[in-house]
Design a binder for this molecule. Structure first.
Ligand code: BG6
Length: 462
């Protein structure tokens, strides 16, 4: 069957710090995203972003007009607990109550990410994910929001892209740390996720929860056996380490060999082992933008490519793998590789390993959109990208993959992690630029009408 199931969850996604703005209003504490310096060029920070904090009613009404069944957004931990733990900020709690109720009034089910890159700065100052206290604070925060919103919200996501946070941590967490410390953070993050799964199942009747890694299949650059080894190792380090921990409750064996050889294997207590095995997610949420290609770094003095495809090519570890520009694939304006069949490959690999339901929670094209004088945004390039990736989803479903939903990036324009507001992903254009926030007026892009039609026909017309 080459059709989407009738109850398919058509959605679109956002994260709090990239869209909300109001970074210090109504009792919100600062997160590491509010304090981190921006990249080299003159790009905006997250202070105003798309001002979704003040426009959420209008935004959700537009998303309902587009036909969404689900809306993925994240809660800013620092709106609930400004210092990360202990003291609750009731204004923040009320805000998300209102956001959730607005979604439900429009017939949209929220899918909530508990944590999307925006660790409370107070916790970072106390050691961040290197410290077990952050694990406890995260568990306390999760339990609080489950009790508060779990009567209405049934779908939860634990931690957005722990793998990208760790692999490109300079850009997201604000500083580079030694490998040993990085993998200790990995262990803490993944144990925190297990505690969230446990709490969700204990506290929410019918609650479903899943991990949200960025999973991209890794191809070898050539058929040389060494390049195949490089792909084997990078697949395990980038992808399976995370999913094996979440879904199987184990350290992936190939990744473990890498960790041992590098002398950075974290301590795993007996209590951790029990937690890992006992608390298993209900589904896997997949963020996918590009596939990845690697070669074996032959020369001891090999350097990173220095090219700017952060999702796939700007990677290298001596003795293991090095990013490689795949000559068979196109790139977007920001040098990110485009590979729709890679999405089908990725979904089939996950299915082959875990046989668990999946939902795509990010997939999309960042581009320089232009607002015309007549208030239109013609974005055929985005429609083309999404159309091809949805076709890949259909083909994956036909091949037996249990894909339950598709929630692309992003619902509305937001501030890109690496490139500011100029790199736009949304179905809805936000009128502002890097320096001038103007009136932040909302405009429907051509892709808005296209996606509306896709949802209306349950994907039979792409
Ligand atoms: C994902 C993140 O890795 O990539 C998003 O979860 C991010 O937060 C997206 O926006 C696209 O990356 P960028 O750098 O173009 O914003």
């Amino acid at each position: 069957m080459r059709e989407f199931p009738q109850d398919f969850l058509w959605g679109a996604s956002l994260s709090a710090h990239q869209s909300e703005g109001a970074y210090d209003l109504d009792g919100k504490g600062l997160s590491v995203q509010d304090t981190r310096p921006r990249d080299k060029h003159d790009i905006c920070d997250f202070k105003v972003a798309s001002d979704h904090y003040h426009h959420y009613k209008e935004d959700i009404a537009l998303l309902a007009e587009m036909g969404l069944k689900v809306f993925r957004f994240s809660i800013a931990w620092t709106r609930i607990f400004p210092d990360g733990t202990r003291k609750v900020n009731q204004v923040g709690v009320d805000h998300y109550n209102d956001v959730i109720n607005t979604c439900l009034q429009h017939g949209i089910q929220p899918i909530i990410t508990l944590y999307h890159f925006d660790l409370p700065q107070t916790l970072e100052d106390l050691g961040g994910w290197s410290s077990k206290e952050t694990v406890q604070a995260y568990e306390q925060y999760c339990r609080f929001v489950f009790k508060e919103y779990g009567d209405r919200v049934k779908y939860w996501l634990t931690i957005n892209e722990p793998n990208i946070m760790l692999l490109v941590d300079k850009k997201i967490l604000g500083k580079e740390i030694p490998l040993k410390a990085k993998y200790q953070q990995f262990h803490h993050l993944m144990i925190a996720e297990k505690l969230a799964i446990k709490a969700c199942h204990e506290l929410i009747d019918g609650g479903k929860i899943g991990p949200t890694p960025n999973i991209s299949i890794v191809y070898p650059a050539t058929s040389k056996p060494k390049d195949n080894q490089a792909a084997l190792y990078f697949n395990s380090i980038r992808n399976w380490l995370y999913l094996d921990f979440s879904v199987r409750g184990i350290y992936n064996p190939v990744a473990k060999d890498y960790l041992v050889r590098q002398g950075v294997m974290p301590e795993v207590s007996e209590a951790d082992k029990a937690l890992m095995k006992e608390h298993i997610p209900d589904f896997v949420a997949v963020n996918y933008y590009s596939s990845v290609t690697v070669e074996f770094p032959e020369n001891a003095d090999d350097m990173m490519n220095g090219i700017s495809d952060q999702q796939s090519e700007d990677i290298m570890e001596r003795g293991f793998y090095k990013g490689f520009t795949n000559p068979f694939l196109e790139k977007n304006e920001f040098n990110w590789t485009i590979d729709p069949l890679g999405l089908q490959n990725t979904l089939q690999h996950i299915d082959d390993r875990y046989q668990i339901p999946m939902i795509i929670t990010e997939n999309g094209l960042g581009a320089y959109d232009v607002l015309t004088d007549s208030g239109r945004i013609h974005d055929p390039y985005r429609i083309d990208y999404l159309q091809k990736h949805l076709q890949a989803c259909k083909d994956a479903i036909a091949a037996g993959v249990k894909l339950i939903g598709y929630s692309p990036w992003s619902a509305i324009d937001l501030v890109s992690v690496h490139e500011g507001i100029s790199k736009r992903y949304g179905f809805i254009y936000i009128d502002r630029d890097e320096q001038d926030v103007r009136e932040l007026k909302r405009y429907r892009k051509d892709s808005f009408y296209w996606y509306q039609q896709v949802i209306d026909t349950n994907g039979s017309e792409l």
